[in-house]
Design a binder for this molecule. Structure first.
Ligand code: OXD
Ligand code: MN
Length: 593
């Protein structure tokens, strides 16, 4: 098949990689329906994918990864900047020439007997001023078909690229899925990503975490914009006005649920609506009117399946009903559909679990789906997809929200005093770990701006970049910055806030604050709502004014402890830590003494 472009930088890079990995065949992905059908058929014929019930789940497929390859591998993810200091203390670092040599040794000849797929893709609507082009080479049809859902793939991307050299190079080699030789390497200075020995989403769909966060965060630093681990949602009030919020949460803290939230009945009756622009990544830049605008660079949702159900997230569930690839969920053999823990209370008896073994969900103690099993669903399927989803200029941001999973400490919501204090609030984010990344679950770790595993350069420079962006914004145009915690528990270990759709009650307060419509109490850590200003109508029996007061309380001793943790964390950055943040920490310490 002949190349789809005459761009010399593209062709010479591909030639080099062909020479290295030695594919039997090269296929350019043009994004056409026919080609996608052909690839699906090939993947089914080799067992790489299973075609599901086409009446119930049209164009849906199931895939199982290797058992040793089910999550992002942060320990094997590297930022290959010229110096260790440029990568910073929170990233693994490898010297670029050494990294290339090691990766090329692993990749050499690894496509023998296989096909090289060349995927031209755009992050962001094709041709948007925010958008960036990438090319991923892969030997996996699963990757191709996922990229077709998650990004904009095809010829038009190459037309927009023209002769430009400004595109991100991505080489993915499955090799033998050997954990010991698994590496996910970003070379920000070279616009290059190399991923070897994995077939799991976050490690191999190079447009997502590797490009749209790690490489793009570096590009944003150099070019004056921001790539953030943030969902984007629009809240429409009964007057029809829509305000947009970007929110950052660590992996598997309910970002997809929040992004697609269904308003509580009370709000729905009044005429509130929530629109989803994105569930994972925001690219943010200043618009001509001086406000910050955000796009979602992705084109689909790579959501965590377990826990997704008609109650928790009907919109996500609806999004998975066509054109979706399921990964590592259980396969119901009776009707050739899929199942996961938390989908319903009726696990299939005649099924295959995520590892590929027969499974009786009615009897087995084992899980049917892996806790990090996923659906890759086209954004267009989402019933609450924003009409602004394709807007090349993005949506104006009223508020930025940070959040984490904290059983204690962080109140339900608080507002920062100003932009720089907001940067501080983001920088001290911490959360209890989940199954989205390999490693222990339930341990508190610092995860500034939810970017710990995704920042492509020194996090101290990243914070300074936030501060610098703020300095260019007029105070009345800058988004207000908040922190939320849906996961506070009482002494018996019960969640104190119902979460899900009821989170709109908190977002409502946030928007009111942005519009100067409601007062707040100034406390040691920032502005906290008066309990009466959070609408709890309809939550009788679940939340009372008193319980609300207790999840809004600032417990000084806990904050003193936490400030020590922040100090230790900051110490890792030595004197690179922005003075603004040092001062904010001093203020916090004084306030909570
Ligand atoms: C994700 C993650 O998959 O953050 O979005 O792990
Ligand atoms: Mn994510």
């Amino acid at each position: 098949m002949s190349a789809l472009t005459t761009n010399k930088s593209v062709l010479s890079w591909i030639d080099e990689k062909v020479e290295l990995v030695k594919p039997d065949k090269i296929v350019w992905i043009d994004g056409s329906k026919e080609q996608i059908e052909e690839l699906r058929a090939t993947a089914c014929s080799t067992g790489e994918m299973i075609k599901l019930n086409q009446e119930l789940l049209p164009d849906c497929y199931l895939h199982r990864t290797a058992v040793n390859d089910v999550a992002r591998v942060e320990g094997r993810t590297f930022i290959c900047a010229p110096t260790k200091e440029e990568a910073g203390p929170t990233n693994n670092w490898m010297e670029p020439s050494e990294a290339y040599e090691m990766l090329y040794d692993i990749a050499r000849d690894s496509y023998k007997g296989r096909t090289m797929y060349v995927i031209p893709y755009s992050m962001g609507p094709v041709g948007s001023p925010f958008a960036k082009v990438g090319i991923e080479l892969t030997d996996s049809i699963y990757v191709v078909l996922n990229m077709v859902i998650m990004t904009r793939v095809g010829k038009d991307v190459l037309e927009v690229l023209g002769d430009s050299d400004d595109w991100v190079r991505g080489l993915h080699c499955r090799c033998d899925i050997d954990e010991e030789k698994r590496y996910i390497c970003q070379f920000p200075q070279d616009n290059t990503i190399i991923s070897v020995n994995s077939g799991y989403g976050g490690n191999v769909l190079l447009g997502k975490k590797c490009f749209a966060l790690r490489i793009a965060s570096y590009q944003g630093w150099k070019e004056g914009w921001q790539a953030e681990h943030m969902l984007i949602l629009g809240i429409q009030n009964p007057k029809g006005e829509v305000k947009y919020i970007c929110a950052a949460f660590p992996s598997a803290c309910g970002k997809t649920n929040l992004a697609m939230l269904i308003p509580p009945e009370l709000y729905e009756k009044k005429g509130y609506k929530v629109w989803c622009v994105g569930d994972d990544i925001s690219w943010i830049r200043k618009g001509e009117d001086g406000r910050l605008y955000a796009i979602n660079p992705e084109n689909g949702f790579f959501g965590v399946a377990p826990g997704t159900n008609v109650k928790s997230n009907p919109n996500a569930l609806a999004s998975t009903k066509k054109g979706t690839i399921f990964t590592n969920v259980a396969h119901n053999l009776d009707d050739n559909t899929v199942w996961w823990e938390g989908l319903d209370k009726n696990p299939p008896a005649n099924a295959i679990e995520w590892k590929g073994n027969p499974w009786n969900g009615q009897e087995s103690e084992e899980k049917g789906a892996h806790p990090n099993s996923r659906f890759t669903a086209p954004a267009v399927n989402c019933p609450c997809l924003s009409s602004e989803f394709e807007n090349p200029n993005g949506v104006p941001i009223s508020a930025i929200v940070f959040g984490g999973r904290r059983a204690k400490l962080a109140p339900l919501v608080y507002q920062s005093r100003d932009w720089n204090h907001g940067v501080f609030v983001g920088s001290i984010m911490a959360s209890e770990t989940t199954a989205a990344a390999a490693g222990a679950v339930g341990v508190v770790r610092r995860d500034p701006m939810a970017m710990l595993p995704f920042c492509g350069y020194n996090m101290a420079d990243y914070w300074q970049h936030w501060i610098d962006i703020g300095a260019t914004l007029d105070a009345d145009k800058a988004p207000k910055i908040f922190n939320v915690n849906w996961f506070r528990k009482d002494d018996e270990g019960n969640f104190m806030w119902p979460g899900f759709g009821d989170n709109l009650r908190v977002l409502d307060w946030i928007i009111d604050r942005c519009e100067g419509k409601v007062d707040a109490k100034e406390t040691e850590i920032g502005y906290i709502p008066y309990a009466k200003d959070i609408n709890i109508e309809g939550l009788e029996g679940e939340v009372s004014l008193e319980s609300l007061e207790s999840i809004l309380a600032v417990e000084k001793e806990l904050w003193q402890e936490d400030a020590k943790g922040v100090e230790e964390f900051y110490a890792k950055f030595g004197d690179k830590i922005p003075p603004v943040l040092v001062n904010e920490l001093e203020t916090l310490k004084k306030n909570v003494q």
